[in-house]
Design a binder for this molecule. Structure first.
Ligand SMILES: [Zn+2]
Length: 308
């Protein structure tokens, strides 16, 4: 009974087995075809990905390669991407500055406005005036250790002007003892660095009273410390007790600037009201005549009364 049923089962199952085998075979063939199709697709996708990578790596190696105009032109023609937006970060005064460095100053029409002995109570207003005309000046400061002055040292730097060294004490007596004089200069340098949180302060120096009041030892020491120094060739005349009216001062400065390719205008931090009023007239008149107002940098050449 058991045997019968078992043989019956086997006989009965044989065609179903065969059917299943055929079905399985068909299924396997279909799976293999699908796999083949998928692999073909993946290979095609991988190939195009590889092409993209090749192109981008070629582009970046071109970018990193030493540039010549020819290479750049070829690259730009081959890449169909949009050209990068043109950002004009170029310094509009780059050419003039380069001429100031090389000493090629014939007809250059540059004016350096310089303000000595501050910061003072007038420095804020002066900075506002310079900001109105979008021009930069040079501040030969001495050491003023109070909150207002500290703010002014910071404003001078933050607003792009040159914060320059005019010694801590402005004491002419120190010229007789050069080491004390250098210590006085260094103390202001350290103070300016601390107040303005700068690692490096500008290396522009002006001798109290000008270089003609100093001496060879002090001048050589200043040069050895990496400073450039400047005197002036135009004076606003604001040092005198009873200054002339502002239009006379303005005319005097303008006439003097017209005599020089490079003018360094001496004013003082505590501007008298007549000098303050004159400043706007001087700036407007000379700008209209094509003069450029710049702040000082250490590698330009400046007028000096006493040259070593
Ligand atoms: Zn001075």
């Amino acid at each position: 009974m058991r045997k019968n049923s078992s043989s019956k089962l086997r006989v009965k199952n044989m065609p179903r087995f065969l059917t299943l085998s055929v079905l399985s075979l068909i299924l396997i063939v279909m799976i293999m075809m699908s796999l083949f199709f998928l692999m073909t697709k993946m290979a095609a996708a991988f190939h195009s990905q590889a092409q993209i990578l090749q192109t981008s790596s070629a582009n970046s190696s071109e970018t990193n390669a030493p540039k010549s105009e020819t290479t750049n032109n070829t690259t730009n023609k081959n890449i169909k991407a949009d050209p990068p937006p043109q950002v004009n970060n170029a310094d509009p005064f780059a050419d003039i500055k380069s001429r100031l460095r090389s000493g090629d100053t014939d007809g250059i029409k540059v004016v350096f406005l310089t303000f000595d002995d501050g910061p003072s109570d007038d420095t804020g207003e002066l900075l506002d005036t310079l900001a109105d005309y979008n021009i930069k000046g040079t501040f030969f400061t001495t050491l003023h250790d109070n909150d207002h002055a500290k703010n002014m040292y910071r404003r001078i730097v933050d607003e792009g002007h040159t914060l320059a060294n005019h010694t801590s004490s402005h004491d002419y007596g120190l010229y007789d003892t050069p080491e004390a004089f250098f210590a006085d200069v260094d103390a202001l340098d350290q103070f300016q660095k601390k107040i303005t949180v700068q690692d490096n302060t500008s290396r522009i120096f002006r001798f109290p009273g000008g270089s003609m009041n100093s001496n060879e030892a002090c001048i050589q020491g200043i040069l050895d410390r990496g400073y450039n120094y400047s005197d002036w060739n135009v004076s606003s005349g604001d040092g005198c007790a009873d200054p002339p009216p502002s239009d006379v001062i303005a005319q005097k400065i303008i006439e003097s600037c017209r005599q020089h390719d490079v003018s360094v205008v001496l004013s003082h931090a505590e501007l008298k009201s007549s000098s303050r009023e004159a400043m706007s007239v001087v700036i407007e008149t000379l700008q209209e005549e094509g003069y450029t107002f710049l702040n000082m940098e250490a590698d330009y050449t400046y007028p000096r009364h006493l040259e070593l």
